[in-house]
Design a binder for this molecule. Structure first.
Ligand code: HEC
Length: 146
């Protein structure tokens, strides 16, 4: 009788312990997969939309479309960068000693997640090393942008 009670008391503990042990490593994997898949999805968005102007290596086209490698716009303030994708861009800019005055079309039709993915991809590719951008951050900027 005594053994049975102990077993009954212990069994839920063991059960949850098992669950915890199983869930913990799975959670970790999911976290890594999220960052990796944001990059993978971002590459698809980049290839289908941005590549035409900024080229496969992010080097742009001389005197037409600026490079997006190591520029303050890409590496700097996230809000400004998100707004470039939402609103397009038409400012005379000088990047790496070259002037650009062509205009970039807006891409506000993209979903928050797609903008987050493509900007994460851009900020971590072509030699760029900047932090990720999340869909929540894009959502905030889009709301203030209206
Ligand atoms: C139709 C061509 C075109 C497309 C498509 C395009 N851009 Fe641009 N982009 C430009 C031009 C042109 C400028 C500079 C505008 C100016 O001179 O005022 C620019 C500027 C930028 C800038 C700021 C300047 C710099 O070089 O850092 C960023 C960042 C950028 N684009 C990212 C993107 C991303 C990300 C996409 C895809 C979602 C994209 N662009 C799609 C033409 C384009």
């Amino acid at each position: 009788m005594k053994i049975k009670t102990t077993a009954l008391l212990l069994s839920p503990l063991l059960f949850f312990n098992c669950l915890y042990a199983q869930v913990k490593p799975v959670k970790k994997t999911v976290h890594h997969a999220t960052a990796a898949s944001s990059m993978a999805r971002g590459k698809i968005v980049y290839t289908s939309i941005c590549l035409a102007c900024h080229m496969a290596d992010g080097g742009g086209v001389p005197s037409l479309n600026p490079p997006i490698t190591g520029t303050e716009y890409v590496l700097g303030d996230k809000t400004r960068l998100i707004k470039i994708v939402l609103n397009g861009f038409k400012e005379d800019v000088e990047i790496n000693g070259q002037k650009f005055s062509n205009s970039m079309t807006p891409h506000s039709d993209l979903k928050d997640q797609q903008i987050a993915d493509v900007l994460t991809y851009v900020r971590k590719s072509f030699g760029n090393k900047a932090s990720t951008i999340t869909a929540a951050e894009v959502k905030k900027v889009r709301a203030l942008n209206k």
